[in-house]
Ligand binder design. Sequence first.
Ligand code: TPP
Ligand code: MG
Length: 316
Amino acid sequence: MDDWVCYERMVLIRCFEEAVERLFSEGRIMGTAHVCIGQEAVAVGIAAALKPGDALTSTHRGHGHFLAVGADPGRMMAEMFGKATGYSRGRGGSQMMADTALGFYGANGITAGSMAFACGLALEAQQRRTGRVVVCIIGDGAANEGLFHESLNLAALWCLPLVVVCENNRYAMSTPVAAGLANTRLAERGAAYGIPGCAVDGNVVADVRAAVETALTRARAGSGPSLVECETYRLSGHSKGDPRIYRSTAEEADAWQREPIRRLEAQMLAAPGSDPARFAACRTRAEQAIAAAIRFAEASPAPDPATVTEGVFAPD
Ligand SMILES: Cc1ncc(C[n+]2csc(CCOP(=O)(O)OP(=O)(O)O)c2C)c(N)n1
Ligand SMILES: [Mg+2]
């Protein structure tokens, strides 16, 4: 992925998330969703580092991760609308989307839940010698779950081909990192398990990519797991209807100054021969793609009630 592809993916993610917020406020979609406005560089930096065949596990805030690896915005939007054409045939919604053909093993509503799952995928890759590396994305709040520690311990012990990327977006719901982590330098937790831990500016797509590539190379060489902390900021609320009373507007305004799309745009504009009109055209294309995704979702049929027991795993 060159800078333009990264930029386009980030803008597409931003437009998708803005549309999701709008659709909720208009009462056109139900349930809930966690959007990733401000965190687009983490998703795209990881996707740029992955090789075909690698696997990615995600979080409850997974739309950007899925779009970054090439998900179809129409099928994603259809899932948001609960339609039969959605990634989970309209049964799951925002936190239940997956496409293993893209190496995307799903969003996950359980905080840190994907870590155990990712260890299992990495163990399979190791035993079958597939050369696959698994990248497991978690949040800063997830790093306080027991599963984080259990999984890192096992991954280190078994030298699994796993890269854990922590999106440190400064908050776990309304809890700021400083109120939740005894040591806010999250990457240092790698040392407890004898694995490398590094922190990067998660709003700079090239920095995320470079750090994840280093960790992937190490894993592919059989040297085991790594922890990569991406320092970013969740510009939107935690989920639909969050009034964000736990932080100041001045803090948010400051964070907007460092948001990743504008950062990449400024860097690309500084390059000789760059064409400013291309950025606006890119935004227009992304908006058109999302508008088409919404049209596809709205025109799609609801799931057939006769199929309600399909995909349900329960004993008789
Ligand atoms: C096991 C578990 N505990 C609690 C929750 C409720 N919950 C949903 S999101 C969230 C915060 C997660 O914070 P973080 O890991 O920093 O991710 P972010 O929301 O910032 O992306 C919590 C506690 C849950 N989904 N699963
Ligand atoms: Mg967080």
